[in-house]
Design a protein around this ligand. Structure first.
Ligand SMILES: Nc1ccn([C@@H]2O[C@H](COP(=O)(O)OP(=O)(O)OP(=O)(O)O)[C@@H](O)[C@H]2O)c(=O)n1
Ligand SMILES: C[C@](O)(CO)[C@H](O)COP(=O)(O)O
Length: 227
């Protein structure tokens, strides 16, 4: 049987949130943000295992205050690395016996069953897939002095989300490559584009937000009340 593993990344600090607590543990409608993210994968029958990546010094806190308190099912806990891509690499190296891997930002708590299921389906079909949405604004390219250079055609642009979904052999090879060559990437599709594959982009959802800065909490609080 094909095995599907989800890596949930919560190994960052949330510096842009600018709060005392790491953003993944901030309360949304009475529960920690990361609770909603884990629950979305735990409840999905097509996901066989969940690996949670955490900052080293917050593992004990998360086990006690989130995983045990809310009785969540996590198969493995992994220490985060310096950058997002290092956290992904740590988790990929821990995985065994899996065919498809979903790499998801812990900071995207409102991922839906449909997004997860489509990702699994397209990863099996194309090897690499990610959800994305068309930007709602006109996007400009600007120079370093803040003067516009050009306006890309909006229909060719996409704001990429997670979970980013891959055949394990492909994503492992690509992350091995970027590690070896010290290439910096801001997401996993960049690692794949650089060395191997085209990534199939499917329709994401505007509610699949990444909680990044304080104003995102207003929307997140509202969405959490509807889960
Ligand atoms: N070393 C890191 C950095 C980020 N992440 C995770 O990657 C996701 C997306 O990153 P981002 O939103 O940038 O989170 P932070 O790095 O925590 O935020 P900031 O850049 O504001 O510090 C988050 O769920 C974050 O916890 C991670 O696992 N390990
Ligand atoms: C992976 C990601 O969420 C895709 O949109 C994004 O690239 C993460 O970026 P960040 O710089 O870590 O916020």
């Amino acid at each position: 049987m094909k095995k599907v593993a989800a890596i949930i990344l919560a190994g960052g600090r949330g510096t842009r949130m600018n709060m005392d607590k790491s953003k993944q543990f901030l309360s949304l409608n009475g529960k920690p943000l990361i609770y909603y993210t884990i629950k979305a994968f735990e409840q999905n029958p097509n996901v066989d295992s969940i690996i949670l990546v955490l900052p080293k010094n917050e593992i004990d806190y998360c086990v006690k205050e989130v995983i045990q308190k809310y009785n969540l099912k996590i198969d493995d806990l992994v220490e985060g690395g310096k950058e997002r891509q290092d956290s992904v690499y740590n988790a990929l190296n821990r995985l065994q016996d899996c065919d498809v891997v979903l790499i998801h930002d812990g900071a995207r708590p409102f991922v839906t069953t449909e997004i997860i299921d489509k990702g699994i389906e397209f990863a099996k079909l194309y090897g690499a897939a990610a959800p994305g949405v068309t930007p709602k604004d006109t996007i400009k390219v600007k120079d370093k002095d803040n003067f516009s250079i050009s306006t890309p055609e909006r229909s060719s642009l996409v704001a990429i989300q997670t979970p980013q979904c891959f055949r394990y052999d492909i994503i492992k090879k690509c992350h091995d490559n970027i590690k070896e060559n010290q290439v910096q990437v801001t997401d996993d599709t960049m690692a794949v584009e650089r060395y191997a594959h085209k990534v199939y982009i499917y329709e994401g959802e505007y509610t699949n937000i990444k909680v990044t800065t304080p104003e995102d909490l207003i929307i997140a609080e509202h969405l959490a009340a509807q889960v």
